[in-house]
Every structure is written in structure tokens, then in C-alpha cells.
Design a protein around this ligand. Structure first.
Ligand SMILES: [Zn+2]
Ligand SMILES: [Zn+2]
Length: 280
């Protein structure tokens, strides 16, 4: 815990802060920064996947599948689970332990008081923008020759993705793209609570992007330039374009989503023609 603890008696100002204070006091800051972040990541990742996994058993939701003819069988999902867990345990966890002294030395702490709601929202929003910018250029680079053939191709094993496939990737890709995930919280706050809040929303976003479902009531559709599952699914289906992780503006700016929008336009015209035929 930061220097507020241990030197003066700290009085939490609300129930959440009291809970966090006792939680950090019980487990210890060092344990929470390394192992705690690993467990938090596992909980957020699989909790985010669970609703989409259950959707596969609800027939009424089939119409929201982006690629309705593609079925991800048990074997595919189990194989994905093994590889994802392998990367988490043998790459992410050792990374968190090895880099713990460095992370500590640049100032990451389990601080109290907790950040205000508005500041947290600001950090999360900026983190999304920074991660998306980093992801766009690095991801586009990973589609070049050697990098695609030996590294990024693994992530493209699933042409019809499902939530758990979000972090199905070569360990080197996990390391490279992990830098973008750390940019926002490390540049802006270096606070463990903020880092975990960011992990929760970023993991939900990437799992949703790979879910294979496009629900019209999804509230993220209200966020300007938000890509979402439909946008990223196109990247998996066609292997090109739509390189951003979250927003659409970089792909728009550099013309890498032209094929996607052309297809959307074509489908719209086909649907209009069909509707006109039915009306006659
Ligand atoms: Zn790709
Ligand atoms: Zn993907």
C-alpha cells in the first residue's frame, strides 16, 4: 500500500474504499500487483466470455450471429481453452512476476484514496484511445510477410471467432500487444485499482469483439467511432482490413476498412431489393 498506510491511520471515505483498503491489507500489495493481477485477468476474461458462451445454447439468438452458418464445435473451443490457458500461465504470469520489480520501481501502487469516478472514466477513455492507436499500427505491421506467417497467423486460426479466441495468439504477439494495454494506466495513474478497472473493461471489449454476435441493443453502438464485433469479425473472416482494436477512425483514415464498408453497402442494397420484391 502507498505511504498513506502504515504511517497514519487511514479512514476510508466510502464502502468500496473500505473494502479495497482491507483487501490490500489482507493480501499485501506485492502479491496483488503480480499474482493478484493474474487472477483478476483470469476472472475478468472468463466472466466476459460466459454470457456469449451461453448465447450459443439459445436458439432465439442465432439470428444475431455474424456468420450464422459457422459453428464452433466443442473440440475447437476446448483446443482454444488449452492454448489460451497455456499462454496465460506460461507467458503472462511469468511476465508479471519477472517485471514486478520494474513495475514497482516505476511507481505502480495499490493506492488509497481511490480515484474519483470522473478521473477513472477519463483514464479508461484515454487508455482505449492509446491502446487502439498502438494496436492499429502494430497489428497492421503483424500482417506483413514473416510476422504474419510465423506470429500473427495463430490468431487467425479462427475465421469465425468466438469470445474465448480474443487472446488466442502466439506468445510473442501477446508480449508485443500487451505493451499497448499497459500504456494508458501506466502513463496516467500507476494505480492498481485503476489498472484492474481498465483490465475489466478492455477484456470485456475484446471478448465482445470476438464473440461472433452483433446485438442491436448493445450500448457500445452509442459510442462514436466504436468498431464492435461486426467490425472485427470482418477482419477474421477476410484476413485483411479493419486493423483497429476498438475504434474505426484509423481504418477510415488509411482506407483499410473500404472493403468492409463496400460490403455493408452491397448487403444493404440486396436487402432493399429483396424487400421491394416481397412488397410487389
Ligand atoms: Zn489480424
Ligand atoms: Zn482478433
Amino acid at each position: 500500500m502507498n505511504d498513506t498506510l502504515g504511517q497514519i491511520v487511514y479512514q476510508p471515505t466510502n464502502a468500496l474504499e473500505a473494502l479495497w483498503f482491507n483487501f490490500v491489507d489482507y493480501f499485501g500489495e506485492d502479491f496483488l500487483i503480480s499474482y493478484g493481477t493474474f487472477f483478476a485477468h483470469e476472472i475478468f476474461y472468463f466472466l466476459a466470455f460466459l454470457p456469449f458462451f451461453l448465447c450459443d445454447f439459445v436458439h432465439a439468438l442465432r439470428k444475431y450471429k455474424i456468420q450464422p452458418t459457422k459453428v464452433n464445435d466443442w473440440k475447437t473451443q476446448f483446443n482454444c481453452l488449452l492454448k489460451v490457458m497455456g499462454t496465460h500461465i506460461f507467458v503472462q504470469l511469468p511476465m508479471m512476476i519477472v517485471f514486478h520489480p520494474a513495475i514497482h520501481s516505476i511507481g505502480l501502487r495499490a493506492r488509497v484514496p481511490l480515484p474519483s469516478g470522473w478521473y477513472l472514466l477519463f483514464v479508461l477513455a484515454v487508455s482505449f484511445v492509446l491502446e487502439d492507436a498502438y494496436f492499429y499500427f502494430v497489428h497492421r505491421f503483424l500482417h506483413q510477410g514473416f510476422w504474419y506467417k510465423y506470429i500473427h497467423k495463430v490468431h487467425h486460426d479462427h475465421a469465425s471467432p468466438f469470445g474465448m479466441a480474443a487472446e488466442y495468439a502466439h506468445p510473442i504477439e501477446t508480449l508485443i500487444l500487451g505493451v499497448g494495454t499497459c500504456l494508458g494506466p501506466f502513463l496516467l495513474s500507476r494505480d492498481l485499482f485503476t489498472l484492474w478497472a481498465w483490465l475489466a473493461v478492455r477484456l470485456f471489449q475484446t471478448v465482445e469483439c470476438h464473440s461472433g454476435y452483433d446485438f442491436p441493443w448493445n450500448p457500445t453502438k452509442l459510442i462514436p467511432f466504436w468498431g464492435g464485433a461486426h467490425f472485427h469479425d470482418f477482419h477474421h473472416e477476410t484476413f485483411v482490413g479493419n486493423y483497429s482494436s476498438t475504434f474505426t477512425y484509423f481504418d477510415r483514415l488509411f482506407g483499410t476498412s473500404d472493403k468492409y464498408y463496400a460490403r455493408m453497402e452491397m448487403r444493404k442494397k440486396e436487402e432493399e431489393l429483396l424487400a421491394n420484391k416481397k412488397a410487389k
